[in-house]
Design a protein around this ligand. Sequence first.
Ligand code: AMP
Ligand code: MG
Length: 330
Amino acid sequence: MTLVLGIEGTAWNLSAAVVNEDEVVCEVTHTYKPTTGGIHPREAAQHHAQFASWVISNLFGELAEKNINPKDIDAISFSQGPGLGACLRTVATAARALSLSLEIPLVGVNHCVAHVEIGRWKTPAKDPVVLYASGANTQVLAYRRGKYRVFGETLDIGVGNALDKFARSAGLSHPGGPQIEMYAKDSVNYVNLPYVVKGMDFSFSGLSTAATDALQKHTLEDVCYSLQENAFAMLVEVTERALAHTGKNEVLLGGGVGANMRLREMLDIMCDDRGASFYVPEKRFMGDNGAMIAWLGLLMYKAGDTIRVDDSHVNPNYRPDMVDVTWLKE
Ligand code: AMP
Ligand code: MG
């Protein structure tokens, strides 16, 4: 059995997990919660620095209960990007320290690719078009000739950040996504909002601002409903075109916004119409989690993709299509 310890901390969630080929052995998470407003990058990084040793020592405690010695771990993986620079550097420092002190090889993983691979692990999806809809990132991805290609992506902010930003302007607390979903359930009254798909890309910033403006004339319920309808229809349109273009017949949903039942329903209807299968992993594997970093770390470690500490710098703009998918055979 290969054992890999992975650490995630690109934004709000600090989470470390150990996985083997079969299962998540243990996972320990400590979440940064802003007291006011949204995620403050420096505060999030300070949170990660403050709780890194707590998370790791609790993880080692859980390993000890399972009679696993930290020395049995084969590799340490961490999110190399994309994400908030200060958060990435903090987590990378913790991973390097573990790697050096335990003399265990280091693996740097791409956070977006980790969302894809945990979904492929935890659902029957084999070669899907992936809608990765999270706070900061929103991308439509699919495997083609050695890479996860970006078929469509946001031109500005992620769909989750657009929801959160609107929610804050409406006086709701962070994260706004789940509350918007709740208010949207009390309306079927559509108010006109921008719908922005350009080629295969989408843009959410103007939609978020227009939704805020619409609050002057319409109820919160109506605006939440309409914001969801537009934002999610934009995502589904591009996902459908990626399916048509690639000829694939599976859709996999990932990212925190994937918790939304209306988004799932719309994707389900689209997949049904096209005869495609639609897969959603368990909720704990959708938002940012340590298990997905450990799992991609395991795949990469087995493919020989380790890095030297000297080469382990982080990249806040690390794109999934920069990664050679060495662990997949066509
Ligand atoms: P992630 O960045 O993948 O960890 O996901 C965080 C984002 O997911 C935040 O922007 C949340 O507002 C959003 N989110 C979480 N639950 C829901 C939901 N039920 N509906 C819409 N967005 C959600
Ligand atoms: Mg994410």
